[in-house]
Structure formats: C-alpha cells, structure tokens
Design a protein around this ligand. Sequence first.
Ligand code: UDP
Length: 480
Amino acid sequence: MNGRDRIILFPFMAQGHLIPFLALATHLEHRTGYTITIVNTPLNIKTLKSSLPPTTTIHLVSLPFNGSDHSLPPNSESTDALPHHLLPRLYHSSQTLQPSFENLISTLTNQDGHPPLCIISDMFLGWTVQIANRLGIFHSIFITGGAHGASIDFTLYLDPNSQPDSAEFQLPGFPDSFRVHRSQLKIADDSSDSDSMFRFIHLQFNLCLSSDGFLFNTVEEMEKIGLEYFRKKTNRPVWAIGLLKNEGIARKAIDVSAGRCISWLDFHRPNSVLYVSFGSQNTISVSQMMELAMGLESSGTKFIWVVRAPHGFDVDGEFRTEEWLPEGFEERITERKQGMLVKRWAPQLEILSHGSTGGFLSHCGWNSTVESLRRGVPVIGWPMSAEQFYNAKMMEELGVCVVGRGEGMEIGRSEVVRVIEMVMGGKEKGEEMKRKGLKVKEMIEEAVREDGGSLGSSVKALGDFVMAAVSSKKMIGGDF
Ligand code: UDP
C-alpha cells in the first residue's frame, strides 16, 4: 500500500514536553496533508489520547516500556509522577526505547510503502538522530523551551569549560547584561546522580548536533539573540515556529476552581489583580511562603495565589494553612476581598486572559512565560532553577518583567512589596511594562499571522521546515 507521507513526533516523557509536542502535532495536522504520528510509552500515550478531541486524525503509538525494568515505581512514566531523586532513572531508561523505535519505523515504512517524511524528536532523545541517519530519514529536534535557555544549556553541556570559576559570568556572544550566576546552572546540581545526568545530557546534545535542524516554540523577533547564538553554535538551520497555541489541549488536572476564580476576577477592576503561581511542579520553602504572604498582604494589592505544599512536604497531603502561612492570613485577605488562595491548581489560561488580571508573579517556566507574553501580562519573575532564570532574563530584556532579588535565593517581604508596587502600583515603570507587553503581544500575533498580506515569520519558518524535509527526500532519491 502507498500511504500519505508521515511525520513522526517523539517527545520526552514530561508534561512540559508532551504538551508542546501535542500542540505541534495539532498544528501540523491542520496545516499539512501529512499523516501525523506521536510515539511514546504506554501511559503517556494514554494521557495524550485523553487530551485529544474525538475528531482528531493524529495517530498515537505506544512503544513497550516497563518501569520496573528500570527500578521505577509502578505507573510512573513521566517526570511529574516521580520524586526528584528518581528522575535520572527515567532519563536513562528512555535510551532503552531505541530498538523498538527502530522496529516501529520499519513497520510503518512497510505499511506506508515508503519511509516517513521526517522524524521530529525531543532534545533528550538525541539517539533518534542516529536511527534517522541510518535509515536516510530527515530529522529535526523540537526544542520546547526558549532559545536563550537552550543556547546556554547547549553551551554549558557541550563545553563544560565555558563555566568559569567566578560566581557570576557572561557567556561569550551574549550581551553584557546577560550574566549568569553559578547557582542558576543545572550543571551546578550537586545531587549524587549529577555526573551520570551530565553524561546523559552531554551525549544526547552531542547527538542532536547531527540532526538536520532545530524547531523552536518561540518567535524569531522575540529571541533574536538566542536564536542567532544557537545557529552559530550548532551550524544547523533553526526554525522559530511559535508560539504554538495550547488552549485546545485538555489540562492534566481538572480545574475545579475555574468558576470560583473567574467570579472573583469579575468582581475586580481591570488590571488590578496579581496572579501568583510557581507552575505545575515547583514549590517554595515555608519561610519563603511566609515572606511572600506578608509582602502580598502589606502591599494591599489584590491577588489570586495558587498555593502548594512547600519544599519537603507531600504535594498530595493536606495544605496546612496554620503552619505554612502567617496566623489569620487567609481569613483577613478573604474578609477584605483582597486575595484568594487556590489549592494546588488554578485555571491559569483563563486567569491570564481575564481583563482584571494586571500582573503575574511567576517562576518563569517556559509555558508560563509564553502564556503571559501572548496575553501582554507583565511579569514579576521568581525563578528557581536553570532555564527559569534565562526566561526571566529574556523577559527583562523585552522590558516586560522585573525580577525579585534577595540574599542568595531568599526574597524578603520588603522586596515583594517593592516589585509589586513597581508593577501594580500605577507607577511609570508598571505602565511602561504594560505598553511593552502589548508590543510583544502584537509581535507574536504578527509572527503567527496566516491570512491577508504577508505571512508571519513563524508561519514562513514552518513552511521552510516542510520544504527542507521534502527536498531532502528528493535528494535521497526517494520521491516515492
Ligand atoms: N498550570 C495551570 N494551573 C496551575 C499551574 C500550572 O494551568 O495551577 C499550567 C500552566 O498554564 C502551564 C503549565 O501548567 O501551561 C506549567 O508549565 P511551565 O512550563 O510554566 O512550568 P513547569 O510546571 O513545567 O515548571
């Protein structure tokens, strides 16, 4: 049988990777005539299936995987299902999928009557490049994070000597203001597995360098420096095809709080509410929760705060308001209608899209970053690890973010008040951030424009990527 050309997508097993890959798959489904196939381990395929609409034409294929073969607990095939110390096992286990992935490609080739048009894989699955090269299939890495972050990561992992001894340093090629602190580097992780994790990432990134190119969920005009740096570093074509829409994709948890949050926001003035969230897996310490709570309360600003059990406590356990927050805090802010606490999970996209939301205190994960940029919401950065620092830095450069700074990693209540007043207090800085935020939003809308006039840069980049895959197939002589 001679089937349509097929594009195979293979994300790494983590929510922050599966969601953008699914967004890319949906984007390709709607814009190309190709058969789209996502490959992963059985439990992740099950989650992906429940996230797709019944009308989807996207194919989902499971590769055999048994967590217990890798000493992983039952039912844990993605990073969010595992405690931090077991993550290295999951990363290493992904390499054992090689033979079954290669078999799958052969089966699909037989079934379609020709090899797939291309394989798009995660940067942590660099080994897929070797398989694609062996079989003469076009390959691209899809980087689900930002280009500034990826540039820094690739530099540090591929060339560890680029990490000087000084506490704060500038990476070659980056602007002077773009300084990195040793404490912000993943490489500085001193867990007992850090050596084996370093070797794993070093190997995968090295393999990625033989891919035919890199796709990024970012916008060319927004991350010029990072993208240019990445092009020079890898000597490969780089296509900025974002920001991909993920609104249609069902979220992992059920937003039980959605109605409550929206009614609360409806009750407040435009741009008057600060949304506070540290993402889907990060938490802060008890002392930082106390400082943040006191800062929020004394700033007088209205806020919605997604609270999760602090560091060292079970995320699934009961939230201990009495122990983790100042005495009487929740009652006072509720009574005065100053604030609302949401336990564990809030409808982030709906909150950021609401007219009453005027700022976002965020850990600056890439998804939160793009969700605020796409809506022009100014950000107060509270980054905690690795790429979150680079994302915050990138947003500072765009003029839409101020970063809370403290002694080492600790941010005190007066700093909380200072940054909140700066962004939410009606001062010139806050107003300027809003203006710049709207400019960035327009820039993003322009990049994804598909109708009327000229096409946006991200739309053109996706077209260029498909052209590159098609012409590579012709060159290999496989115009089947
Ligand atoms: N999110 C949400 N509600 C929450 C917390 C997180 O909807 O209460 C979503 C958020 O919109 C984003 C994702 O979870 O899409 C978090 O991804 P991000 O990259 O920002 O951070 P991570 O959780 O990966 O650190």
